[in-house]
Design a protein around this ligand. Structure first.
Ligand code: UD1
Length: 426
């Protein structure tokens, strides 16, 4: 079994590139299934969620391969309409093949999606959107199936600005005759990236303040596209540098998509400067409490950055309250953070962090992707050695995590240990 071994306490210094955004490339790969041509995607992260999505495309009959740093998807041979549990169960974004296959084939059946265990993750809003476009939808215990003789454009009002439901609605609307309007659409930057990809492939999509208009029916061709930088990966390395102290420059990124996180890090005492596509953070590792943090849909504070910012602040002077408004159970990392000596408690959707003077090394287990990244940050600023199990969750979303931290001087490496040894230590 692979674990991460981390020896903490050293400041981080140096410069690393940020990879393409996981939450962009996954919907864009689903969108490739709507195109009747070859798509070439640049700046794609090398992460297991991408590997699993390529498998889904292959099992649908597409040619999907990595060539150098690019992904190539040829959807001209797409002939399947079913996504098996073997792949769908591993990632949440597999649900986007409902809309994509409905648009391309008029029919889709997917095993219900997996992803991080963050509480209930229903797909009722996805279904509401597809039904509004004329699809008949059946949901069983383990699958969702939809079909439509003809899809027609329609007006979809999402009761909550769900990221995935917005993306599914866009993809399905491409197969509709006529115009579709999505009201109260999510505004996350990754949705903008999906729309830019689709426009490059020939789609007519308008976007204005939470309303998205899609002119359906026109066949899409393949295109060449460069995926936007990952704002949560950016936040992760900034938080690691803030927690450990040092001077870190991130290249190929975009701070404009991350303003609430930059505000928090600045308020806690870090100096952050932006120049072109680089972000530089300087700090001495001694942080003050930045004020209450509440997650919210974009442009609010991202739920995906909640755990990593919490980890950065564990040694702050003072107290920080966190409120998680997006997911019902997104504090699973707290029990593990406490093993480092952190003083964090939570009840329901609120958590309270009281900074401690020092953290010590610990043996911990990642239970989800961003919670896992939070454990890495805590381990990097703790005194002594830590071991982190559950590495597969982290590999879902971070390209070369240990390698990039090593460039910054972090003492972190993958180690193989027998499974029983892990159970003895955890
Ligand atoms: C996406 C991101 C994830 C991020 C989240 C919120 C991807 C692959 N994942 O997830 O990293 O944390 O946005 O920014 O892009 N909900 C319903 N019914 C639905 C759909 C969602 O009740 O049909 C609820 C969810 O349970 C959750 C909330 O809405 O509580 C937000 O979910 P949503 O915005 O859909 O997030 P995802 O698309 O799953």
């Amino acid at each position: 079994m692979q674990i991460l071994s981390v020896r903490g306490g050293a400041p981080l210094r140096g410069s690393i590139p940020v990879s393409g955004a996981k939450n962009s490339v996954l919907p864009i790969l689903a969108a490739c299934a709507v195109c009747r041509g070859v798509s070439v995607l640049h700046n794609c992260p090398d992460i297991s969620d991408v590997g699993d999505t390529l498998e889904i495309l292959r099992c649908l009959g597409c040619r999907a391969e990595k060539r150098g740093g690019a992904l190539i998807v040829d959807a001209r041979t797409l002939c399947g309409w079913q996504v098996p549990a073997q792949y769908a169960g591993r990632l949440r974004s597999s649900v986007l093949f409902l809309g994509a296959l409905l648009a391309h084939m008029g029919r889709a059946r997917i095993a219900l999606p997996g992803g991080c265990p963050l509480g209930k993750r229903p797909i009722d809003l996805h279904i509401l959107a597809l039904q509004a476009l004329g699809a008949q939808v059946a949901v069983g215990q383990h699958f969702a199936e939809c079909r439509a003789e003809t899809l027609h454009g329609g007006r979809i009002r999402l009761p909550f600005a769900s990221v995935g439901a917005t993306e599914n609605a866009i993809l399905a609307a491409l197969g509709c005759e006529g115009t579709t309007v999505i009201e109260n659409a999510a505004r996350e930057p990754e949705i903008g990236d999906l729309i830019r990809f689709l426009r490059a492939a020939g789609a007519q999509i308008g976007e204005c303040g939470g309303e998205i208009t899609i002119q359906g029916g026109a066949p899409l061709h393949g295109t060449t596209y460069t995926v936007m930088p990952d704002r949560i990966e950016t936040a992760t390395y900034l938080c690691a540098a803030a927690a450990c102290g040092g001077d870190v420059t991130l290249r190929m990124t975009d701070g404009r998509t991350l303003l609430p996180v930059l505000d928090v890090l600045r308020a806690s005492g870090c100096e952050i400067t932006q120049s072109g596509d680089t972000l530089r953070l300087c700090g001495d590792g001694s942080l003050r409490a930045p004020g209450a943090i509440e997650t919210a849909p974009y442009p609010g504070f991202p739920t995906d950055a909640q755990a990593i910012v919490m980890a950065a602040l564990l040694r702050e002077r003072g107290r920080t309250e966190f409120t998680e408004t997006i997911f019902e159970n997104r504090f699973r990392h707290i029990a593990e953070l406490r093993k480092f000596g952190a003083a964090v408690t939570f009840s329901g959707r609120r958590a309270q962090l009281d900074g401690v003077a020092a953290l010590h090394g610990a043996n911990v287990r990642a239970e989800d992707l961003r919670g896992g990244a939070a454990l890495v940050i805590a381990a990097l600023c703790a005194d002594g050695e830590s071991r982190i199990a559950g590495v597969k969750h982290i590999l879902r979303g971070y390209d070369t995590l240990a390698g990039k931290l090593q460039i910054l001087g972090g003492d972190i490496k993958y180690v193989e240990i027998p499974e029983e040894m892990l159970y003895n230590t955890l």
